[in-house]
Write a protein that binds this ligand. Structure first.
Ligand SMILES: Nc1ncnc2c1ncn2[C@@H]1O[C@H](COP(=O)(O)OP(=O)(O)OP(=O)(O)O)[C@@H](O)[C@H]1O
Length: 255
């Protein structure tokens, strides 16, 4: 591996703009997320956080600018292609199959990852490998005892853990989480933070998160998005001490 490859960011946005008709929702964004970094995006309602995630995960194409994943240009690719290139996203709105078991939900992701490859081999050995991988993710997200239960019967925080598990099944090394602790109690939030920390070891995490205590305990750096522009990117401590950020966002939240 060359020195250049080692310092290459996991995710890089250069001059990314997104307009809907005449409205420029994201304005010439530059952002680099280092490989192995845990990074939060914060910002007031309507700042463009969801739009940013939609661009990175391929729901929308950027109007201009460049997005690269592990050095490969992904701007404008379809979500499945971006997923295969190594990026997985969980959604703010629960995105699981309620009438399938927890195990079956996870196995869908594993099948998508291995299905084609194992189609070449004997089905039994292929299924064994797929089931083993599924069990592994089930354990990683702490749902071993719930594998046979319907996903719809899980508690809210267990469903969020399942969603995180679904991002892991794809084998992606860059994970996008959209408000993973939204709607959780303090205890559930603390558990979710530990889970996210554990499952993202060795991976790169980009998350939208409103809860600053989560950002402080989990993230290496934070980017503050206000009116479609990045106002600051810094450590959580640096961002909280930044006067422009306090005026534009944090002060407003505290008020
Ligand atoms: N498909 C779309 N068509 C037109 N305008 C859109 C579209 N999607 C988002 N917008 C506009 O872009 C702006 C940014 O929205 P976005 O949902 O990205 O913000 P956000 O920071 O995620 O907000 P929230 O925290 O409320 O989810 C808003 O003014 C929104 O109305």
């Amino acid at each position: 591996m060359s020195a250049d490859t080692r310092v290459r960011p996991a995710l890089k946005l250069s001059g990314v703009t997104k307009s809907f008709g005449p409205i420029e929702v994201l304005k010439h964004l530059d952002l680099e997320i280092a490989s192995g970094e845990r990074h939060a995006v914060i910002g007031p309602n309507g700042a463009g956080k969801s739009t940013l995630f939609n661009l990175i995960s391929g729901i929308f194409a950027p109007s201009s600018g460049e997005i690269s994943l592990n050095g490969r240009s992904i701007g404008g690719m379809a979500p499945e292609q971006i997923n295969r290139a190594g990026l997985a996203r969980s959604f703010q709105i629960t995105n699981i199959f309620h009438r399938l078991s927890v195990f079956e939900n996870l196995r869908i992701g594993v099948l998508a990852r291995f299905g084609v490859r194992y189609g070449l081999f004997r089905p039994i050995s292929g299924m064994r490998r797929i089931n083993e991988e599924t069990e592994k993710v089930l354990a990683q997200v702490g749902l071993e005892s719930r594998g046979h239960d319907l996903a719809g019967d899980l508690t809210y925080s267990e469903q969020r853990a399942l969603e995180i598990g679904m991002t892991l099944t794809t084998g992606a090394d860059v994970i996008l989480l959209d408000e993973p602790t939204a709607g959780m109690s303090r205890e559930e939030t603390a558990e979710a933070v530990e889970l996210i920390r554990a499952v993202t070891v060795g991976k790169t995490l980009l998350m939208v998160e409103h809860d600053m205590s989560v950002v402080f305990s989990l993230c290496d750096r934070v980017s503050v998005l206000v009116y479609g522009s990045i106002l600051a990117t810094d450590t959580p401590q640096g961002v909280s001490a930044n006067h422009a950020v306090q005026e534009a966002y944090l002060g407003q939240e505290a008020a």
